[in-house]
Design a protein around this ligand. Structure first.
Ligand SMILES: Cc1cc2nc3c(=O)[nH]c(=O)nc-3n(C[C@H](O)[C@H](O)[C@H](O)COP(=O)(O)O)c2cc1C
Length: 140
């Protein structure tokens, strides 16, 4: 059994990089991590794990990606109460509104959020890479 689950959606790879770096931080802390693209993730995955990181970039107009991530988040709303959840994602030109909305939404489902959501502009630079690794360690 792995210790921590990471589920993400990524169109051009930036949020995927964040997911892998968070996973690196988890492993550097001596724990096991399962990283899944949301297209492969199931509600049962969410049920099995107590600590979960969810990643999605800002899409549309400051919303989650609408074809896969949005319906997935809707489908797990009754499953995340009491769980430790970290949110992360890359953005372009906005000010992070999608992440503030997402944090509020997960809190309304009863999740215990770790921090306020890690957001990184485009591809993580070396500081961003460090922030992702640190988040992975914090999850452990
Ligand atoms: C269709 C589309 C809509 C987007 N909408 C926003 C937005 O509302 N606000 C923002 O800050 N960035 C927006 N972006 C930029 C992405 O969030 C940014 O390119 C991000 O790095 C993509 O992450 P990814 O590589 O994981 O797909 C949008 C990008 C696309 C393709």
């Amino acid at each position: 059994m792995k210790d921590i689950l990471i589920v993400y959606w990524s169109g051009t790879g930036n949020t995927e990089k964040m997911a892998n770096l968070i996973g690196q931080g988890v492993m550097e802390s001596g724990s096991k991590v399962l990283i899944k693209n949301v297209s492969e993730a199931t509600i049962e995955d969410i049920e099995k794990f107590h600590t979960i990181a969810l990643g999605c970039p800002s899409m549309g107009s400051e919303v989650l990606e609408e074809c896969e991530m949005e319906p997935f988040i809707e489908s797990i709303k009754d499953k995340v109460g009491g769980k430790k959840i970290a949110l992360f994602g890359s953005f372009g030109w906005g000010d992070g509104q999608w992440m503030r909305d997402w944090v509020e939404r997960m809190e309304s489902y009863g999740a215990n959020l770790i921090d306020e959501g890690l957001i990184i502009n485009s591809e993580p630079d070396s500081k961003g890479e460090e922030e992702c690794i640190e988040l992975g360690k914090k999850l452990v």
